[in-house]
Write a protein that binds this ligand. Structure first.
Ligand code: PGA
Length: 267
């Protein structure tokens, strides 16, 4: 069966209420205008606004194939309780969120989201009925040392190795985001991305998570490199930062993904 293709916009710490509303409205409108192009049910498009603008963006989102999906940029590692500053899975669900990005490199680098905490967040999210977009990726120094594959495999196994329930495993999407490519304008080459995706897919298969899991690429994805990355094979869409802050850019990336999903629909 063909794997689902994803285009997910990570808005990071950007956009006050009004620009968030305007951007969500423009993307949602663009998706419905491109109905024929994006109707393939193996294509999913979503955005992750800040926690405070989830309610603002929610009215423009939904669950139907063509609709924009609502994601969170993070989630607490516990269900609820005395955890100052945290936002739990049930709160996100109530706000209309269906999936959370977990383990983004910016959280790992700046906010102490180490492997154990990432694993706890993955478990809390899945137990709380949220799907998971797990981010993994190496630094430039690790790549230069030839450690990139080992680093990514160790992140995968720390975060996902303990998930036994097949139904939970089926709700995980992995995003490979080489840290040196995030926000730098320096994209991994299609060959580098595709090679790592192959490594990730083998690990997922060997860990029993299924070879049909979608594996996304993130790191300076733009309208002008999306099609080339998808053509490299083994890349099932994107987690997009900077380019997701502009409706036209994100929609152009969606068009490339739609063409990819359509071309692969028979496989
Ligand atoms: P970028 O960010 O597209 O701005 O490089 C990607 C990400 O952090 O998910």
């Amino acid at each position: 069966m063909a794997r689902t293709t994803w285009v997910l916009g990570n808005w990071k710490q950007n956009l006050l209420r009004e620009p968030a509303r305007n951007l969500a409205a423009a993307i949602a409108e663009g998706l419905s205008a491109a109905r024929g192009e994006v109707q393939d049910e193996r294509l999913r498009v979503g955005v992750a606004p800040t926690f405070l603008t989830l309610d603002t963006v929610a009215p423009y989102t939904g669950e139907a194939a063509i609709q924009l999906r609502l994601l969170a940029q993070d989630v607490a590692a516990q269900e609820s309780g005395a955890f100052t500053g945290e936002v739990g899975p049930a709160m996100l669900r109530e706000a209309g969120v269906r999936a959370a990005i977990i383990g983004h490199s910016e959280r790992r680098a700046h906010f102490g989201d180490h492997d154990t905490l990432v694993a706890a967040k993955v478990h809390a999210a899945l137990a709380g009925d949220l799907d998971v977009v797990l981010c993994v990726g190496e630094t430039l120094a690790q790549r230069d040392e030839g450690e990139h594959e080992a680093v990514v495999i160790s992140q995968l196994s720390a975060a996902l190795g303990g998930i036994q329930d097949p139904a939970m495993r089926a709700r995980v999407v992995v995003a490979y985001e080489p840290i040196w490519a995030i926000g730098t304008g320096r994209t991994a080459t299609p060959e580098q991305a595709s090679a790592m995706h192959g490594v990730i897919r083998s690990w997922l298969a060997s860990a029993g998570l299924g070879a049909d899991r979608s594996v996304l690429y993130g790191g300076s994805v733009k309208p002008n490199n999306a099609a080339d990355l998808l053509a490299a094979g083994d890349i099932d869409g994107f987690l997009v930062g900077g380019a997701s802050l502009d409706a036209r850019s994100l929609l152009d990336i969606v068009s490339a993904a739609a063409a990819h999903a359509a071309a692969n629909s028979g496989s």
